[in-house]
Design a protein around this ligand. Structure first.
Ligand code: NDP
Length: 472
């Protein structure tokens, strides 16, 4: 038995912290976990889970509209009650939050509802109780927090995704600032729930870093949903008027909105955590610097999840938390691999993607083959909905290995999960071709794309005078 109060002190009851605490306790460690807000963290309380529930709510709008083409008559125009949705969501996340707490309790973890701050390499202070706890190991799993940028006059009149879920009134006119994951997801879902949505982003298109064809396809779908798109522009000021919040834009336009969502990224949640007191190194954004085993420069302090600002996704934090606990308390030696992570963006239609985009592949590989299909999903035929599904396979032209698969369409997130396995196994395009189709599905396109859409050959850099400079 060590002389410390506990073997492990976990700061943060989100995806990474909860998993780490439960697994460590399973290995026999005495574990205490502090959470200052609600058990479950961003994902469960004000992120992935409530967002997906709201996405489901929003898609009924399309279903009601599509039903007519399939012979249904909807007697009255369906109406939507925001307050009922918020209440239903609240019940579900409270249930999940309780399950998290129960599971930790069953595993023998002591949960403390308090902010915790690090005092030194082995001591934590529980702020609400003004109590000190010593620990053999401290795990920092405090996640991230929204960044409110750009700093323009009147920005205090805007909100982050934290507040959007529980607005007392439904925003009939919504401005979304930022074209990343959060921006496009909320623009898409609020437009379907009935908001008049404008999205503004500084780049030329949404979702920087995703495959360009998907970005273009999604932008078209956002426009089809009636969303006003202001690309290459920024808000320059916000002022309260009797009619709402008046926003001026850098392109000279203005607009009046009920709510303004700032979705310009998230930062590691490390302010005031006491990392300096313990000598833990952070980067310029405040992210805790760790190695592949979640180790900081202080031997007794580890960090997992968004607070390390590597790949800020829930499943990654869970995997990191699990590996940490197995390594430190279970005698294992697991490094988490951050490559080839499948991911989804829950717009409608949604995006599912794994591996390299065409643009990334062409920077790395000598020959890149592209197979792509763009088609009207079967459901849209009778409904008459104007919608395109896009599928794209990026292949190493020299080895036939599939480098990336990108989908914009219904259930793309579900497909991405399974494609993630194929890509991880190093599947070749020939393996896709040899797989029998499931008919009639959209996914069958993935195994029936026989004709190459494009081949890109990288020119040799050192081919001598006059040689074209390779793109990469
Ligand atoms: P993102 O980093 O995805 O997007 C940020 C957006 O804001 C980009 O359009 C960016 O533009 C823009 N931006 C950044 N800084 C400024 C600035 N100073 N002024 C104006 N515009 C700016 O962040 P999100 O907030 O959308 O999401 C945060 C993270 O949450 C994601 O990275 C993701 O890890 C996670 N998440 C995952 C989801 C999922 O898996 N489905 C869903 C929601 C969130 P530019 O591109 O030009 O930099």
């Amino acid at each position: 038995m060590s002389s410390y109060d506990v073997d492990l002190f976990v700061i943060g009851g989100g995806s990474g912290g909860v998993r780490a605490a439960r697994i460590a306790a399973g290995h026999g460690a005495r574990v205490m976990l502090a959470e200052e807000y609600r058990m479950g963290g961003t994902c469960v309380i004000r992120g992935c889970v409530p967002k997906k529930l709201y996405v489901y709510a929003s898609r009924f709008a399309d279903d009601f509209a599509d039903a007519e083409g399939y012979g249904w008559t909807i007697p009255e125009k369906p109406t939507f009650d925001w307050t009922r949705l918020v209440e239903a969501k609240e019940r579900e996340i409270s249930r999940l939050s309780q399950i998290y707490a129960n599971n930790l309790g069953k595993a023998g973890v002591e949960i403390v509802q308090s902010r915790a701050e690090i005092m030194d390499a082995n001591t934590v202070r529980l702020v609400s109780q003004d109590r000190r706890v010593t620990a053999g190991t401290i795990l920092v799993a405090t996640g991230g927090t929204p960044v409110l940028e750009p700093s323009i006059p009147g920005l205090e009149l805007a909100i982050s995704s934290n507040e959007l879920f529980d607005l007392p009134e439904f925003p009939k006119r919504l401005l979304v600032i930022g074209g990343g994951y959060i921006g496009v997801e909320f623009a898409s879902l609020f437009a379907r729930l009935g908001s008049n949505v404008t999205i503004i982003f500084r780049g030329e298109n949404v979702l920087r870093g995703f495959d360009d064809d998907l970005r273009e396809g999604l932008r078209t779908e956002l426009a089809h949903a009636g969303i006003r798109i202001l690309a290459g522009a920024l808000p320059t000021g916000i002022a309260q008027t009797t009619d709402g919040r008046r926003v001026s834009f850098s392109n000279g336009e203005t607009g009046v909105f009920d709510q303004i969502l700032v979705a310009t990224g998230r930062r590691p949640h490390t302010k005031g955590l006491g990392l300096e007191a313990a000598g833990v190194e952070t980067d310029a954004l405040g992210a805790v610097k760790v190695d592949a085993f979640a180790r900081t420069n202080v031997p007794s302090i580890y960090a997992v999840g968004d607070v390390t600002n590597r790949v800020n996704l829930t499943p990654v934090a869970i995997r990191e938390g699990h590996a940490f606990a197995d390594n430190v308390f279970g005698g294992k030696d697991v490094a988490v691999v951050h490559a080839g992570i499948p991911t989804a963006v829950f717009t409608t239609p949604e995006i599912g993607t794994v591996g390299l985009s065409e643009q990334e592949a062409r920077k790395i590989f000598n020959i890149v083959d592209i197979y792509s299909a763009s088609f009207r999903p079967m459901k849209a035929t009778l409904s008459g909905r104007q919608e395109k599904t896009l599928m794209k396979i990026v292949v190493d032209g020299e080895t036939d290995q599939v480098l990336g698969v990108h989908i914009l369409g219904h259930d793309a997130g579900e497909m991405a999960q399974l494609l993630g396995i194929s890509v991880k196994l190093g599947a070749k395009k020939a393996d896709f071709d040899a797989t029998m189709a499931v008919h009639p599905t959209a996914a069958e396109e993935l195994v029936t794309m026989r004709t190459r859409s494009a081949r890109y050959e990288r020119e040799v850099l050192d081919a001598g005078p006059g040689a074209a400079i390779a793109e990469a």
